[in-house]
Design a protein around this ligand. Structure first.
Ligand code: SF4
Ligand code: SF4
Length: 382
Protein backbone atom coordinates (compact mmCIF):
# COMPACT_ATOMS: atom_id res chain seq x y z
CA UNK A 1 0.00 0.00 0.00
CA UNK A 2 1.16 3.56 -0.66
CA UNK A 3 1.46 5.58 2.53
CA UNK A 4 -0.33 8.50 0.88
CA UNK A 5 -3.36 6.23 0.28
CA UNK A 6 -3.31 5.16 3.92
CA UNK A 7 -3.43 8.85 4.91
CA UNK A 8 -6.25 9.56 2.46
CA UNK A 9 -8.29 6.54 3.60
CA UNK A 10 -7.76 7.43 7.25
CA UNK A 11 -8.79 11.04 6.68
CA UNK A 12 -11.95 9.92 4.93
CA UNK A 13 -12.78 7.51 7.79
CA UNK A 14 -12.18 10.21 10.37
CA UNK A 15 -14.33 12.76 8.56
CA UNK A 16 -17.16 10.34 7.81
CA UNK A 17 -17.19 7.81 10.65
CA UNK A 18 -15.89 9.58 13.78
CA UNK A 19 -18.58 9.33 16.48
CA UNK A 20 -17.12 12.36 18.30
CA UNK A 21 -16.67 10.53 21.59
CA UNK A 22 -13.66 12.73 22.40
CA UNK A 23 -11.56 9.84 23.79
CA UNK A 24 -8.61 10.88 21.63
CA UNK A 25 -8.66 14.33 23.27
CA UNK A 26 -9.21 13.35 26.90
CA UNK A 27 -6.67 10.52 26.58
CA UNK A 28 -3.92 12.76 25.20
CA UNK A 29 -1.00 12.86 27.64
CA UNK A 30 -0.11 16.46 26.82
CA UNK A 31 -3.68 17.74 27.14
CA UNK A 32 -4.05 15.92 30.46
CA UNK A 33 -0.76 17.34 31.75
CA UNK A 34 -1.66 20.89 30.70
CA UNK A 35 -4.53 20.99 33.22
CA UNK A 36 -6.55 22.89 30.57
CA UNK A 37 -10.26 22.38 30.65
CA UNK A 38 -10.98 21.82 26.96
CA UNK A 39 -14.23 20.35 25.69
CA UNK A 40 -13.24 17.09 23.90
CA UNK A 41 -16.30 16.90 21.66
CA UNK A 42 -16.10 20.55 20.61
CA UNK A 43 -12.38 20.07 19.93
CA UNK A 44 -13.04 17.07 17.73
CA UNK A 45 -15.80 18.97 15.90
CA UNK A 46 -13.34 21.78 15.15
CA UNK A 47 -10.75 19.32 13.87
CA UNK A 48 -13.21 17.55 11.57
CA UNK A 49 -14.59 20.82 10.21
CA UNK A 50 -11.00 21.87 9.47
CA UNK A 51 -10.16 18.57 7.74
CA UNK A 52 -13.36 18.90 5.67
CA UNK A 53 -12.15 22.33 4.56
CA UNK A 54 -15.19 24.01 6.11
CA UNK A 55 -13.37 26.32 8.54
CA UNK A 56 -10.02 27.30 10.01
CA UNK A 57 -8.84 25.30 12.97
CA UNK A 58 -10.46 26.80 16.10
CA UNK A 59 -8.75 27.58 19.38
CA UNK A 60 -9.31 24.18 21.02
CA UNK A 61 -8.26 22.31 17.88
CA UNK A 62 -5.13 24.48 17.65
CA UNK A 63 -4.32 23.72 21.28
CA UNK A 64 -4.63 19.98 20.64
CA UNK A 65 -2.41 20.25 17.56
CA UNK A 66 0.26 22.52 19.01
CA UNK A 67 0.55 20.72 22.34
CA UNK A 68 1.20 17.37 20.68
CA UNK A 69 4.73 16.21 21.44
CA UNK A 70 4.38 13.17 19.11
CA UNK A 71 4.98 11.05 22.20
CA UNK A 72 3.03 8.06 20.81
CA UNK A 73 1.18 7.94 24.13
CA UNK A 74 -2.24 7.65 22.49
CA UNK A 75 -1.59 4.68 20.19
CA UNK A 76 -3.43 2.29 22.53
CA UNK A 77 -6.44 4.55 23.17
CA UNK A 78 -9.65 2.69 22.40
CA UNK A 79 -11.07 4.63 19.46
CA UNK A 80 -14.54 3.20 18.62
CA UNK A 81 -13.81 3.32 14.88
CA UNK A 82 -10.34 1.83 15.27
CA UNK A 83 -8.39 4.91 14.22
CA UNK A 84 -4.87 5.58 15.44
CA UNK A 85 -5.45 8.81 17.44
CA UNK A 86 -1.94 10.13 16.71
CA UNK A 87 -2.84 10.07 13.06
CA UNK A 88 -5.29 12.93 13.67
CA UNK A 89 -2.40 15.26 14.47
CA UNK A 90 -0.49 13.96 11.43
CA UNK A 91 -3.52 14.70 9.22
CA UNK A 92 -3.80 18.26 10.60
CA UNK A 93 -0.08 18.80 9.92
CA UNK A 94 -0.46 17.48 6.36
CA UNK A 95 -3.50 19.62 5.58
CA UNK A 96 -1.86 22.74 7.07
CA UNK A 97 1.24 22.17 4.98
CA UNK A 98 -0.68 21.40 1.77
CA UNK A 99 -2.41 24.79 2.04
CA UNK A 100 0.95 26.55 1.64
CA UNK A 101 2.30 27.70 -1.71
CA UNK A 102 5.40 25.46 -1.46
CA UNK A 103 4.30 22.76 1.00
CA UNK A 104 7.51 20.78 1.00
CA UNK A 105 10.01 23.54 0.31
CA UNK A 106 11.58 23.50 3.76
CA UNK A 107 15.32 22.75 4.18
CA UNK A 108 15.74 19.15 5.27
CA UNK A 109 18.68 19.49 7.61
CA UNK A 110 19.16 23.22 8.12
CA UNK A 111 21.87 23.12 10.79
CA UNK A 112 22.81 19.48 11.27
CA UNK A 113 25.95 19.25 9.10
CA UNK A 114 27.26 22.63 10.21
CA UNK A 115 26.88 21.76 13.91
CA UNK A 116 28.39 18.31 13.38
CA UNK A 117 31.42 19.87 11.70
CA UNK A 118 31.77 22.60 14.31
CA UNK A 119 31.50 20.18 17.24
CA UNK A 120 33.89 17.48 16.01
CA UNK A 121 37.41 17.21 14.56
CA UNK A 122 37.95 16.71 10.82
CA UNK A 123 38.67 13.02 11.37
CA UNK A 124 35.58 12.59 13.56
CA UNK A 125 33.39 14.39 11.01
CA UNK A 126 34.69 12.04 8.30
CA UNK A 127 33.87 9.06 10.53
CA UNK A 128 30.23 10.06 10.97
CA UNK A 129 29.56 11.39 7.48
CA UNK A 130 31.08 8.73 5.21
CA UNK A 131 29.36 5.60 4.03
CA UNK A 132 31.17 2.47 5.20
CA UNK A 133 30.03 -0.82 3.68
CA UNK A 134 30.75 -4.27 5.11
CA UNK A 135 28.38 -6.45 3.03
CA UNK A 136 29.41 -9.76 4.58
CA UNK A 137 28.89 -8.63 8.16
CA UNK A 138 25.09 -8.93 8.27
CA UNK A 139 25.05 -5.93 10.61
CA UNK A 140 24.03 -2.34 9.74
CA UNK A 141 24.16 0.72 11.99
CA UNK A 142 22.00 3.75 11.19
CA UNK A 143 22.17 6.90 13.36
CA UNK A 144 19.28 8.99 11.99
CA UNK A 145 19.71 12.72 11.36
CA UNK A 146 19.13 14.67 14.57
CA UNK A 147 22.04 13.24 16.51
CA UNK A 148 24.37 15.08 14.09
CA UNK A 149 23.61 18.22 16.12
CA UNK A 150 25.35 16.45 19.04
CA UNK A 151 28.10 14.45 17.32
CA UNK A 152 29.72 13.42 20.62
CA UNK A 153 26.78 11.07 21.26
CA UNK A 154 27.18 9.40 17.87
CA UNK A 155 30.96 9.16 18.22
CA UNK A 156 30.55 7.56 21.66
CA UNK A 157 28.07 5.09 20.17
CA UNK A 158 30.53 4.21 17.38
CA UNK A 159 33.33 3.75 19.97
CA UNK A 160 31.08 1.33 21.85
CA UNK A 161 30.14 -0.51 18.61
CA UNK A 162 33.86 -0.80 17.77
CA UNK A 163 34.70 -2.03 21.28
CA UNK A 164 32.13 -4.80 20.85
CA UNK A 165 34.32 -5.79 17.92
CA UNK A 166 31.87 -6.99 15.24
CA UNK A 167 32.05 -5.67 11.68
CA UNK A 168 29.13 -3.49 10.57
CA UNK A 169 28.09 -1.22 7.72
CA UNK A 170 27.56 2.42 8.64
CA UNK A 171 24.88 4.36 6.72
CA UNK A 172 25.33 8.08 7.47
CA UNK A 173 22.25 9.87 8.75
CA UNK A 174 22.36 12.95 6.54
CA UNK A 175 22.64 10.86 3.37
CA UNK A 176 19.87 8.39 4.32
CA UNK A 177 16.64 8.99 6.21
CA UNK A 178 13.97 6.85 7.88
CA UNK A 179 11.44 9.31 6.44
CA UNK A 180 10.72 11.24 9.64
CA UNK A 181 12.67 14.34 8.76
CA UNK A 182 10.81 17.64 9.00
CA UNK A 183 9.40 16.91 5.55
CA UNK A 184 8.01 13.48 6.36
CA UNK A 185 6.75 14.71 9.71
CA UNK A 186 4.86 17.52 8.01
CA UNK A 187 2.88 15.01 6.00
CA UNK A 188 4.81 14.47 2.76
CA UNK A 189 3.91 10.79 2.60
CA UNK A 190 5.56 10.14 -0.77
CA UNK A 191 8.83 11.59 0.44
CA UNK A 192 8.66 9.57 3.67
CA UNK A 193 8.00 6.37 1.74
CA UNK A 194 10.75 7.04 -0.84
CA UNK A 195 13.32 7.80 1.88
CA UNK A 196 12.47 4.74 3.93
CA UNK A 197 12.53 2.49 0.85
CA UNK A 198 16.00 3.80 -0.08
CA UNK A 199 17.33 3.21 3.45
CA UNK A 200 15.87 -0.26 3.94
CA UNK A 201 16.61 -1.20 0.33
CA UNK A 202 20.33 -0.63 0.91
CA UNK A 203 20.21 -2.62 4.16
CA UNK A 204 18.59 -5.50 2.24
CA UNK A 205 21.23 -5.27 -0.52
CA UNK A 206 23.92 -5.51 2.14
CA UNK A 207 22.35 -8.74 3.38
CA UNK A 208 21.46 -7.29 6.77
CA UNK A 209 20.40 -9.73 9.45
CA UNK A 210 20.31 -7.01 12.10
CA UNK A 211 19.87 -3.26 11.72
CA UNK A 212 20.81 -1.19 14.76
CA UNK A 213 19.19 2.22 15.18
CA UNK A 214 20.60 4.97 17.34
CA UNK A 215 17.44 7.07 17.16
CA UNK A 216 14.17 6.02 18.78
CA UNK A 217 12.17 8.21 16.42
CA UNK A 218 13.46 6.13 13.48
CA UNK A 219 12.37 2.94 15.26
CA UNK A 220 8.98 4.45 16.10
CA UNK A 221 8.44 5.50 12.50
CA UNK A 222 9.19 1.95 11.44
CA UNK A 223 6.52 0.67 13.84
CA UNK A 224 3.93 3.37 13.14
CA UNK A 225 4.27 4.48 9.51
CA UNK A 226 6.72 2.39 7.52
CA UNK A 227 4.85 -0.82 8.42
CA UNK A 228 1.99 0.29 6.13
CA UNK A 229 4.18 -0.25 3.06
CA UNK A 230 7.26 -2.24 4.14
CA UNK A 231 8.20 -4.98 6.64
CA UNK A 232 11.96 -5.52 6.98
CA UNK A 233 13.06 -9.14 6.51
CA UNK A 234 15.69 -8.63 9.24
CA UNK A 235 15.71 -7.69 12.92
CA UNK A 236 15.54 -3.97 13.72
CA UNK A 237 16.75 -3.08 17.19
CA UNK A 238 17.88 -0.11 19.21
CA UNK A 239 21.48 0.71 20.02
CA UNK A 240 20.90 -0.03 23.71
CA UNK A 241 19.38 -3.43 22.89
CA UNK A 242 22.44 -4.23 20.78
CA UNK A 243 24.79 -3.19 23.60
CA UNK A 244 22.76 -5.16 26.15
CA UNK A 245 23.14 -8.25 23.95
CA UNK A 246 26.91 -7.84 23.76
CA UNK A 247 27.83 -6.90 27.32
CA UNK A 248 30.33 -9.73 27.58
CA UNK A 249 32.53 -7.88 25.04
CA UNK A 250 32.71 -4.70 27.12
CA UNK A 251 34.84 -3.68 30.11
CA UNK A 252 34.31 -0.72 32.41
CA UNK A 253 37.69 0.10 33.99
CA UNK A 254 36.75 3.75 34.67
CA UNK A 255 33.39 3.04 36.34
CA UNK A 256 32.74 4.89 39.59
CA UNK A 257 30.02 4.68 42.22
CA UNK A 258 26.90 6.58 41.26
CA UNK A 259 23.13 6.49 41.84
CA UNK A 260 21.27 7.01 38.55
CA UNK A 261 17.69 7.23 37.31
CA UNK A 262 16.92 6.33 33.71
CA UNK A 263 14.64 8.35 31.38
CA UNK A 264 13.21 6.27 28.56
CA UNK A 265 12.25 8.21 25.37
CA UNK A 266 8.46 8.68 25.53
CA UNK A 267 7.86 6.87 22.23
CA UNK A 268 9.69 3.76 23.36
CA UNK A 269 8.11 3.81 26.80
CA UNK A 270 4.54 4.24 25.57
CA UNK A 271 4.96 1.58 22.90
CA UNK A 272 6.55 -0.80 25.40
CA UNK A 273 9.70 -0.99 23.25
CA UNK A 274 13.10 -1.31 24.71
CA UNK A 275 12.59 -0.12 28.27
CA UNK A 276 14.69 -2.89 29.84
CA UNK A 277 17.85 -3.07 27.72
CA UNK A 278 19.26 0.31 28.84
CA UNK A 279 18.65 -0.72 32.46
CA UNK A 280 20.46 -4.00 31.84
CA UNK A 281 23.49 -2.09 30.52
CA UNK A 282 23.46 0.42 33.40
CA UNK A 283 23.20 -2.37 35.99
CA UNK A 284 26.22 -4.10 34.41
CA UNK A 285 28.45 -1.09 35.10
CA UNK A 286 30.24 -1.64 38.42
CA UNK A 287 29.23 0.90 41.07
CA UNK A 288 26.08 2.04 39.27
CA UNK A 289 23.00 1.89 41.46
CA UNK A 290 19.81 2.22 39.40
CA UNK A 291 16.84 3.83 41.13
CA UNK A 292 13.34 4.06 39.68
CA UNK A 293 11.23 7.20 39.21
CA UNK A 294 7.49 7.46 39.81
CA UNK A 295 6.57 7.25 36.10
CA UNK A 296 8.21 4.41 34.17
CA UNK A 297 7.69 2.17 31.14
CA UNK A 298 4.24 2.56 29.57
CA UNK A 299 3.43 5.14 32.24
CA UNK A 300 6.50 7.31 31.59
CA UNK A 301 6.58 11.12 31.28
CA UNK A 302 7.59 12.84 28.05
CA UNK A 303 10.41 15.41 28.25
CA UNK A 304 8.14 17.83 26.37
CA UNK A 305 10.85 18.74 23.85
CA UNK A 306 8.75 18.51 20.73
CA UNK A 307 6.42 21.27 22.00
CA UNK A 308 9.23 23.66 22.94
CA UNK A 309 8.55 26.07 20.06
CA UNK A 310 4.77 25.79 19.90
CA UNK A 311 3.95 25.59 23.65
CA UNK A 312 7.06 26.53 25.65
CA UNK A 313 5.30 26.64 29.04
CA UNK A 314 3.80 23.20 28.60
CA UNK A 315 7.12 21.79 27.34
CA UNK A 316 9.11 23.37 30.17
CA UNK A 317 6.58 22.11 32.73
CA UNK A 318 6.89 18.55 31.45
CA UNK A 319 10.71 18.64 31.57
CA UNK A 320 10.72 20.20 35.07
CA UNK A 321 8.31 17.52 36.31
CA UNK A 322 10.63 14.81 35.00
CA UNK A 323 13.68 16.39 36.63
CA UNK A 324 11.82 16.70 39.95
CA UNK A 325 10.91 13.00 39.79
CA UNK A 326 14.54 12.07 39.21
CA UNK A 327 15.60 14.21 42.15
CA UNK A 328 12.90 12.69 44.38
CA UNK A 329 14.17 9.20 43.49
CA UNK A 330 17.50 10.02 45.12
CA UNK A 331 19.45 9.90 41.83
CA UNK A 332 22.63 11.92 41.36
CA UNK A 333 22.46 11.62 37.56
CA UNK A 334 19.44 11.39 35.28
CA UNK A 335 20.60 9.25 32.35
CA UNK A 336 18.64 9.83 29.12
CA UNK A 337 18.78 7.66 26.01
CA UNK A 338 17.68 10.07 23.29
CA UNK A 339 19.79 13.08 22.24
CA UNK A 340 16.63 15.23 21.95
CA UNK A 341 15.47 14.35 25.48
CA UNK A 342 19.03 15.15 26.57
CA UNK A 343 18.97 18.60 25.00
CA UNK A 344 15.59 19.52 26.50
CA UNK A 345 16.19 18.04 29.96
CA UNK A 346 19.58 19.76 30.14
CA UNK A 347 18.05 23.08 29.08
CA UNK A 348 15.30 22.71 31.70
CA UNK A 349 17.84 21.84 34.41
CA UNK A 350 19.65 25.09 33.59
CA UNK A 351 16.63 27.33 33.21
CA UNK A 352 14.72 25.89 36.19
CA UNK A 353 17.48 24.95 38.67
CA UNK A 354 14.94 24.91 41.50
CA UNK A 355 13.25 21.85 39.89
CA UNK A 356 16.07 19.46 40.81
CA UNK A 357 19.03 21.16 42.53
CA UNK A 358 22.33 19.31 42.15
CA UNK A 359 20.97 16.72 39.68
CA UNK A 360 23.22 16.09 36.66
CA UNK A 361 21.84 15.05 33.26
CA UNK A 362 23.93 12.71 31.12
CA UNK A 363 23.30 10.82 27.92
CA UNK A 364 23.44 7.00 27.96
CA UNK A 365 26.21 6.93 25.33
CA UNK A 366 28.35 9.31 27.42
CA UNK A 367 27.71 7.42 30.67
CA UNK A 368 28.65 4.04 29.16
CA UNK A 369 31.66 5.36 27.18
CA UNK A 370 32.97 7.21 30.25
CA UNK A 371 32.80 4.01 32.33
CA UNK A 372 34.78 2.31 29.53
CA UNK A 373 37.40 5.08 29.83
CA UNK A 374 36.58 6.49 26.37
CA UNK A 375 34.04 9.26 27.01
CA UNK A 376 34.34 12.64 25.33
CA UNK A 377 32.98 16.00 26.49
CA UNK A 378 29.25 16.61 26.03
CA UNK A 379 28.89 19.03 23.10
CA UNK A 380 26.12 20.80 25.05
CA UNK A 381 28.28 21.24 28.17
CA UNK A 382 29.20 24.71 29.36
S1 SF4 B 1 1.18 11.69 20.50
FE1 SF4 B 1 1.15 12.22 22.71
S2 SF4 B 1 0.84 14.45 22.76
FE2 SF4 B 1 0.31 13.76 20.66
S3 SF4 B 1 -1.90 13.37 20.67
FE3 SF4 B 1 -0.93 11.42 21.21
S4 SF4 B 1 -0.80 11.41 23.48
FE4 SF4 B 1 -1.23 13.53 22.82
S1 SF4 C 1 -11.55 8.40 19.66
FE1 SF4 C 1 -12.04 7.92 17.49
S2 SF4 C 1 -14.29 8.09 17.37
FE2 SF4 C 1 -13.68 9.10 19.30
S3 SF4 C 1 -13.47 11.27 18.72
FE3 SF4 C 1 -11.43 10.35 18.49
S4 SF4 C 1 -11.32 9.69 16.33
FE4 SF4 C 1 -13.49 10.08 16.78
Amino acid sequence: MKLVDYYKDSESRLINDCVRCGACVTGCRAVAFSGKDIDPVATQNEIIDFLRGESELGMAGRFKFKSCTRCYGCLDLPCPIGLNPMLIVELIARKTQLAKEHPWGMPLYPVHAALAEERSSAAEYGRISELSLKPGSGLVFFPGCNVYKQPDKLLNALDIMDAIGKDYSFLPGLAYCCGASVRGNSGDADWLQGSAEKLFGLAEELGAKKMVFWCHTCLSVLHNQVRHFYRPPFECLSFSAYVAGNLDALEFPAARPCRVAFHVPCKSGYMGLDTESPRKVLRAIPGTELVEMEHEGRNTLCCGGRATDSMPDLAGGLAAARLAEAKASGAQILVDLCHNCHEFLLAAARSRPEAAPGLAVENFSCYVARAMGRGREDSLAG
